[in-house]
Design a binder for this molecule. Sequence first.
Ligand SMILES: C[S@@+](CC[C@H](N)C(=O)[O-])C[C@H]1O[C@@H](n2cnc3c(N)ncnc32)[C@H](O)[C@@H]1O
Length: 183
Amino acid sequence: MFNGSTGPLELEIGCGAGGFALEHCKRNPSIRFVAFEWRKKYAREVAFRAEKHGITNLKVIEGDARMEVPRLFTPGSLACIHLQFPDPWWKRAHQKRAILQLDFTKFLLTLLAPNGRFDFRTDVQDVGERGLKVLEQAGFHNPLGPLVFHPYDAEEAPSTRERRYLASGQPVYRARLVKLAQP
Ligand SMILES: C[S@@+](CC[C@H](N)C(=O)[O-])C[C@H]1O[C@@H](n2cnc3c(N)ncnc32)[C@H](O)[C@@H]1O
């Protein structure tokens, strides 16, 4: 998939229009980055923009990450998982589509290598609080303390949606969790 490159492998679930994936891959050419997006229009657009800009360390997979990720990654293979501004699924009947369900979150933890990271961002406070709780329950370690959000870091690439909030000043809830080498 990456022409023999063996750099750290990172995963993004729901890359949307790809603002984060494209910029992060450009800034970090040694990583291998796999972005999942189930909306055809976005997936194709991000792949097109990667090719147009000569970004070869980004692969976009069009499909449902909940189905595809278990088929494609082996335990301990990932350096980082990114989940940014996941759909909030307001309706109760749709909440089963949320990515951060306890069982799937526990499974994501198994895919990370020791000291691997989980990067979570959202503009919806309730999604942030519930997501952080599920991540910690699943076994991710929060270096800042239980249920504490991470401050904004100007060094990290913003996602497409995040750019909007940075411009308007609307709050963003961020968490950076790790998989402890020795649980
Ligand atoms: C609110 S958008 C945020 C997009 C991007 N992360 C950003 O911050 O700009 C959420 C994205 O996740 C995608 N998505 C939701 N569930 C998904 C799934 N199970 N598999 C793949 N993509 C998914 C949606 O199609 C949408 O593009």
